[in-house]
Design a binder for this molecule. Structure first.
Ligand code: CMP
Length: 233
């Protein structure tokens, strides 16, 4: 499939632009640029000025923050067809978090001026952007709730179920989380130290609740994890 066709398909399937006709997608294509980013590259950092958003055409992007002492929080992973960078574009403030390519990525990038004109002409797309912001706010609320109210087991179980809902693929005997996550990254996603997450995962692996395929986690007993996730502490 040629490059243009791949971008067209990613946009037609995307969270924000998925409601457009073929003609409207072609118009959008003429406004943006395709950027290739190698695995591991920082796309932008928290605090940078931001006047563009990106739709992931291929690859995956990690959204997170890093303190000056090297402590990390992982907020989200962005998949093909998903948009990031919309917040600074919309409110004109600096980037709210870092974005890093965790795989080689192709990003379709649009500038603020073009996006704002496009949103004014397409209120259905504007509503989808609002929907995306609501979904991210809900996720952020869940993560704050987990950090404030839940102990380690429920917190890790909830994080795994969230990752499975967003990035999981059903396979024989479970659901595989399609992210090559290190235990440090998983800890940063749960807001817990790597050692604590490793210890809990080892217990659940021995009990048959989870497994591994290469670097990917497999949830083998979602019902048991859901019971743990529902514990109030
Ligand atoms: P922006 O602030 O421009 O740059 C960082 C991007 O990360 C932000 O836009 C969103 O696209 C994304 N982002 C920020 N916070 C979250 C979050 N809590 N959950 C998911 N995505 C986020």
């Amino acid at each position: 499939m040629d490059k243009l066709q791949r971008v067209r398909e990613a946009l037609a399937d995307s969270d924000v632009f998925g409601c457009l006709t073929d003609e409207e997608i072609d118009r959008l294509l003429s406004l943006g640029t395709l950027v290739r980013v190698p695995a591991g590259k920082v796309i932008f950092q928290k605090g940078d000025p931001g006047d563009s958003l990106a739709v992931v055409v291929s690859g995956r992007v990690r959204i997170g923050t890093l303190t000056p002492e090297g402590r990390e929080a992982v907020l989200n992973f962005i998949e093909p067809g998903e948009t990031f960078g919309e917040m600074a574009l919309l409110d004109g403030k600096p980037r709210s978090a870092d974005a890093t390519a965790i795989e080689a990525c192709e990003l379709f990038c649009l500038k603020r001026r073009d996006v704002l004109a496009f949103l004014a002409a397409h209120p259905d797309v504007a509503l989808r952007v609002i929907g995306l912001l609501c979904q991210r706010l809900r996720r952020a609320t869940e993560m704050v709730e987990d950090a404030a109210l839940r102990s380690m087991g429920p917190r890790i179980a909830r994080a795994l179920l969230r990752l499975a809902a967003d990035h999981g693929r059903e396979i024989a005997g479970g659901v595989r989380i399609e992210l090559d996550l290190s235990q440090r990254e998983l800890g940063a996603y749960c807001g817990l130290a790597r050692e604590n997450v490793s210890r809990q995962l080892a217990l659940w692996r021995d009990a048959g609740l989870i497994g591994k395929e290469g670097r990917r986690l497999v949830l083998r007993d979602r019902a048991a994890l859901a019971r743990i996730a529902a514990e109030s502490r």
